[in-house]
Write a protein that binds this ligand. Sequence first.
Ligand code: ADP
Length: 755
Amino acid sequence: MAGAAAPKRQDTRKFFENLSGAGKSIAVLTSGGDAQGMNGAVRAVVRMGIYVGAKVYFIHEGYQGMVDGGDNIKEATWESVSSMLQVGGTVIGSARCKEFRNHEGRLKAAHNLVQRGITNLCVIGGDGSLTGANLFREEWSGLLDELLQQGLIDEEASRRNSELHIVGMVGSIDNDFCGTDMTIGTDSAALACGADWVFIPEMPPEDGWEDSMCQKLSENRADKKRLNIIIVAEGAIDSHNKAITPDYIKELVVRCLGFDTRVTILGHVQRGGTPSAFDRILASRMGVEAVLALLEASTNTPACVVSLVGNQAVRLPLMECVQMTQEVQKAMDEKKFEEAVRLRGRSFENNLSTYRLLSHRKADSELPNSSFNVAVLNVGAPAAGMNAAVRSAVRVGITEGHKMFAVSDGFEGFYKGQIKEIKWGDVGGWTGQGGSLLGTKRTLPGKHLDKIAEQIRIHNINALLVIGGFEGYLGLLELSSARDKYSELCVPMVMVPATVSNNIPGSDLSIGSDTALNAITDTCDRIKQSASGTKRRVFIIETMGGYCGYLATVGGLAAGADTVYIYEEPFDIRDLQANVEHLTQKMKTSIQRGLVLRNENCNENFTTDFVYQLYTEEGRGVFDCRKNILGHMQQGGAPSPFDRNFSTKISAKAMQWITRTLKDSFKGGRVFANSEDTACLLGMRRRALVFQPVSQLRDETDFVHRIPKEQWWLKLRPLMKILAKYKTSYDVSDSGQLEHVTRVRPKESNTSATI
Ligand code: ADP
């Protein structure tokens, strides 16, 4: 993300009942190359627009439809976006349009908008589309004058439509639009982690790369690695601007090494298929944000792009984003690649340097020798991404000169002495594997402290990295509070959250929950599709998570649920009754599928069976019901791209913290760390990765229900309800604030880092 200057927040809560769309018309279009999740964005814009009382129009076929007018511009209804969340690509069509690049084309487009009184435009597309949008807005009043002069519109129409508001949403799988952290669709397509070699336009390889690549591949083979993955991004070039193509690489590998080589063009794989849960949620959040931004737009506000930085919604001026993207292109054209990488922002730069570090083993002689020993363990239930986290920690640790030790079976293995050194090659290929290869257990360390202290002494362990769930957090609390009694425990300890439930205090997200969300949404999609014909049917689905309603709520948002029952938002029989009636009314329209999610511990008495029976009885004659309990499949198989990236990044940061903290606490020939800030949890908070002493997180924890006392995603519930056609109160004080794309980036500190 190109660093965004922190805004001043107002602390007054603002509810959007005050923002009305009555009398306004909003049009939504998708343009340029299609991307995953565009439909989710369109759906959210339509429903949010209708919710606030505006008229919403689809513009089919992107700018072409806007230029051609006629049937291409059609009013949207609530039902017209039903069942489109799970569809890949864009259902309203996206075309390239030459005419819109010319003034004449844009004049026609303006005419078509004015005829329908559309003065709010939501453009979902890549940098080209948004550049066009920006130009269109700048020209708007001139276009109106021309239309007036040509007698195509009258004074009154010109006055009523004098202001055009534009909001952009980036829907491009290249993740190339500056200013945004994640563009819609990138998640479904990304997968760089774990590749042996990656070619991207921003990082042309040095001369002689052919030899170094072949040498590395043959070394890997000698290490018994059977599969090598080389990724060639569209537009990859060498340092002389010569294209690097997959076919050239294939020919090279076959010629030099004789390896069996296959080329798979990911283009179609990338764009086809259903969008990931992450893309759907991102798209839904951004769609709602876009409508809010349009409602709040005035003469003085610039056209903006809504986007997400870390977990925080922001608005950035469209013009600044476009300029920045053009600067990157210019730098690339002038072969200033370092500059291009820098301009693309810290997130991109970080990813790149982490990728480089993890995929290129340095010779032993090149490594510093810290003579520190660092132990890594998994604690709790398995979560997808744990292995990628271990791989990253081990390799970063080795690069920093430490000796890395793997502990199997969590704290249980620790006290039993199941500890051995783990090397660079041992974690090869771990990125894509699900579960925990180290072995993970829920056992807490509290009853075995003497044995654990003994093992630390025997193996001379100087620091500890715990990758795990709630037991990992409890374990770290136990270890750190026993430091008075056992001096062996006076070593730096850090935990990164890894659990499908996402219930760890101090972190908005945990490793594995994204994969679980994908498993849930996939299953919901499939269950919904399984219903044959036009029979109306409602599915009652139970999700995991203990008392934490994250998976149910966010899974529900991604799958387009009608209602989601969770422990955190108590409900009674009147709510249940209202929900059934609401659903029954909806199912009397053209809507044929209903989806109700229920978190396993949401209510002791209103069980999944109870809910199922209630809906069955009350829906009689309108729909029938099916129920389904999603079990351990929610832990997912292979980690999702998001979990691979997230675990790789967060665990690399944790290991760098260990190195720093080891240096700081090495005095008089030994490591001694007993202050609070040497037993930390590294979590994602809004837009940064933050190290927080575990002892300070106690106050934020509901230990009985094993959840944080405050959970950010509860704010997504009204959004989910709005998209399911409920009237609700929606606090918009947390919605995106206008920020600037800046070139001065915040410095990383000891306790926090950019994501
Ligand atoms: P993307 O939006 O995915 O980058 P393109 O660059 O092909 O895709 O742009 C999509 C469409 O946006 C183009 O076909 C054109 O109609 C419009 N567009 C792109 N660049 C401009 C521009 N500089 N001026 C006006 N319209 C543009």
